[in-house]
Structure formats: C-alpha cells, structure tokens
Design a protein around this ligand. Structure first.
Ligand SMILES: [Zn+2]
Length: 451
C-alpha cells in the first residue's frame, strides 16, 4: 500500500460540492485544517505528507468531475528506491521520504517531477526529491476560445519539519504547518474550481497546485517547462500565496502592470464591501507567478501580507480568517471570469526594471534578510525575518527592522536594496542602517557566499 493510501484525510462523502453562488467558508476551513494538520507534517516536498496533500487535491478535482490533461506524465512513473531512506538533516532532524512506487502514476491529475535544490541539499535535504504538481482542466464553454487557458494556481508544499527556510530554528524539528503559507491558497484554488465547475467561462481554466515552491519555485518552473498546453495559448495566470490572514481589508495584488488592461480589471472587480487594494505592477515576486511571467504570460498574484507566524511552526489553521479569505476567492473569481470571458487578448508588458527576485539568481553574495514583500507602505525594506545564523542575523538585524541604508547607499525600496546588496562581494564588511521602533540603529555585517 502506498503512503497515499495511508493518508486519506477527512471523508469526502459529506462534502457539500453542489453548485453554490458564494465561496463556502466551511469548506475553506475544512480544507485548510486538513492540509495544515499534524498528519501531513507540514507538506515538505518529497515527503508522505506532501503526497497526501496532492492526493487530497486530486480527489477534489475528481469529485468535481474536472478533466485531466494528456501529457502530464512522461517516463517518470518509476520507483526511486535509492531515495527511500531516512536522512538526517544537518539540523539533526529526521525526515521521512516517500516511497515513490506507485504514487507518481496513481492519479491522472498528478504531474510528477523531481525537485532539485542546491540550497536545500546544502541544508541537509536530499539533492533530488520526487514529487508532483496537481493539474485539472475545466473546458471552456466557447468552441472558438476554449483552446485558450487561464491558469489558476497555488503551491501546496511547505517546510515540513525541516529548519530549511524556517525562521524559528529554536523550534527544532517541530511541524511548520503552513496554514497561511500555503494551505490558504491551495484551498482558494480548490474553491474556485468548485465555483466555476458548474458555470464554465468561455475560455478553459487550468487549476494547478504546485509542489517545490519553498525550495525555489520548482513546481511552477517544471510546469511551464513541460506544459501540457502550448504556453502561447495561456491567456493569463492567477496565483494565490498566503491569502488567509487579511488585516484591515488590505489585499496586495502583484502583476497589475503585466498587461495594459489589468489595472482596470483589478479595480472594477473590487465591488463593495471593497478591499484596500495595494497594486504592485511587477510580475516577478516571491511566488509561482514569476515562472509564468518569465514566459511572457500576464500574471496576477493575490497576497494578504506577512505576519509574525510566517515560516514558523505557529502558522496554524486556527489563525486563518476564512471569512476574509472567502471574499478574496470571490474577488479573484470575478477577475478570472472577466479574463476568461473577454473577447480581446491582453497586451503583455515586460517590466522595464530588473526584478528583485530575478536579480538574486546568479549572484553569490549572501546576507540572509527576508524582506516583507507586503510592506508596500514603508520607505525602506521591512524585514519579515532573518535567516538564522546568516550574516544579517549575526549582525543583529531583527524581524520588523526597516533597512533604510545599506553600504552607504540609501534604500527606499526593494529595488534599491537589491542593487545595494549585489554591488558587494562575499566577505565584504558593510554597515547598514535600520529603523527599529522608529529609531535608527547602525549594524555591521560580514557578507557571506551563497551556495
Ligand atoms: Zn513560504
């Protein structure tokens, strides 16, 4: 029996999957509670908990009678028993790996791939982790447009018991539940699938749940590199990552400038009771929409902002506000329908400025800051946290600090910050200034080398 069969999750028989107008808060609550439960152990890529989450999502799509896409599987439906071992992470954590036998081909909704992360390997995880995306198709209602696709996606993997990328190393091998990151987005995508299933728009919709995001957007990268449909038929991509912890009605929407028509669509979908929308034009950013934008596809990324539980064991289901999340689902649903029903194509716009996240690839200088990507209203770069034992940590930088100067250069935003950081070399000793509780503090870091 495969690990999938051992983790059935809640019974689905009683699940209310009937046609229903609004987003179902009870169903959102149930999905997030299961995905973020101890049973799934934080859904680390390559572990049984991650596979169980994938199986759960695939079962939902089967219940909704969504179509499968040909071409998801290549020849990867093989056992990789060499990886079936318990490994000791550098932290001393014992992490169970999945026996892949039978799992990769167990559902036609699964897109198997091998997640390879040098950084994760450096942290003690295996260099290659077999895993899978989950993909389903809702055919469009218009014969002339149904060979074009709007992709609606979210990653479902998280950190598991690994301290890799965790901001609470003192918690040891505690389960990082990832309720907001990203059980919330996963539930949102499944809920959109349910809402659309009975009333398909003109274009087809592809629902995709990515694995490997926390290891470096690996699932979405694999998807765009091995797309089951031609990428030039992908009309737009909507991504959900951390949509369960809204504060003060603030919703952050990345990618608004990736097509000239998008700002108008984003605004007109914002009906009463309205959100405070913080539009960020950039199509790059710290989640899976980047992989699509890189392939010349207009994107939107919905995000309710960082919080003190980000990448910590305390990101649990009880802290999710499913009422506000339901509003996000309905809002994004209006956008998805507007996109999928419109007759004219979108006008893709390539951002003129270099993307902060893209700029980090290929650079070898390491600081260890975790910018708060949702802090759009501060001058400077607010830190959501610092990587334990990183140069930033050793220098004394703390969560909540706002970097306003780095190496003598003023830092007004993330672009200025990445420019300032990457003008240095590993080993450089730099002073940087932060605002901590409003007061300036000057710190000194010795920059490291990114592996
Ligand atoms: Zn994350």
């Amino acid at each position: 029996m495969s690990a999938v069969a051992c983790h059935h999750g809640p019974a689905t028989g009683a699940m209310p999957l009937s046609a229903q107008r609004g987003a179902d808060t009870a169903l959102l609550r149930r999905d997030i509670t299961y995905l973020a439960s101890d049973a799934l152990e934080g859904r680390l890529t390559g572990t049984p908990g991650n596979d169980s989450a994938a199986a759960y999502i695939a079962r939902r799509y089967a219940l909704l009678q969504l179509d499968t896409l040909a071409g998801l599987h290549d020849n990867r439906c093989v056992s990789v028993s060499a990886l079936r071992q318990t490994i000791e992470a550098r932290t001393g954590n014992s992490i169970r790996l999945t026996d892949r036998q039978g799992i990769a081909c167990s559902s036609p909704y699964l897109q198997p791939f091998t997640a390879k992360s040098v950084a994760a390997a450096h942290a003690g995880l295996p260099a290659a982790l077999p895993t899978q995306n989950v993909v389903a198709l809702l055919p469009g209602s218009d014969p002339a447009l149904r060979n074009e696709f709007v992709v609606i996606g979210a990653h479902f993997d998280h950190l598991g018991r690994s301290a890799f990328n965790a901001l609470d190393p003192a918690a040891g091998n505690a389960i990082r539940h990832g309720a907001d990151d990203n059980a919330s987005g996963t539930a949102a995508v499944m809920e959109l699938a349910r809402l659309f299933a009975h009333h398909p728009p003109r274009r087809s919709l592809i629902f995709v749940n990515f694995s490997g995001e926390e290891l470096g957007l690996l699932g979405s990268q694999y998807f765009v590199d091995h797309s089951p449909v031609p990428l030039d038929h992908v009309f737009a991509m909507l991504n959900f990552d951390m949509v369960g912890r809204m504060q003060n009605d603030k919703l952050i929407v990345y990618g608004a400038a990736t097509a000239t028509e998008l700002p108008g669509i984003v605004d007109s979908a914002n009906v009463a009771p309205q959100f405070q929308i913080a539009k960020i034009g950039d199509g790059f950013g710290p989640s899976d929409q980047s992989s699509f934008y890189e392939k010349n596809i207009p994107v939107l990324f919905f995000f309710t902002g960082e919080h003190e539980d980000y990448h910590r064991a305390t990101d649990v289901a009880s802290k999710i506000d499913v009422g506000d999340e339901a509003r996000v689902v309905e809002y994004a649903g209006r956008i998805a329908r507007a996109l999928a029903d419109r007759s004219a194509r979108l006008t893709y716009v390539r951002s003129a400025s270099p993307a902060p996240m893209a700029a980090t690839s290929g650079r070898n200088v390491w600081f260890g800051s975790v910018p708060d990507m949702g802090a759009t209203d501060v001058a400077g770069v607010r830190l959501a946290g610092v990587t334990p034992n990183s140069p930033a940590d050793k220098a004394g930088a703390k969560q909540g600090d706002i970097i306003v100067e780095f190496g003598g250069k003023p830092v007004k935003d993330l672009y200025a910050y990445t420019d300032a950081l990457y003008s240095h070399q590993p080993g450089d000793v730099v002073q940087f200034k932060v605002l901590r509780d409003g007061a300036p503090v000057v710190l000194t870091a010795t920059l490291g080398k990114r592996e």
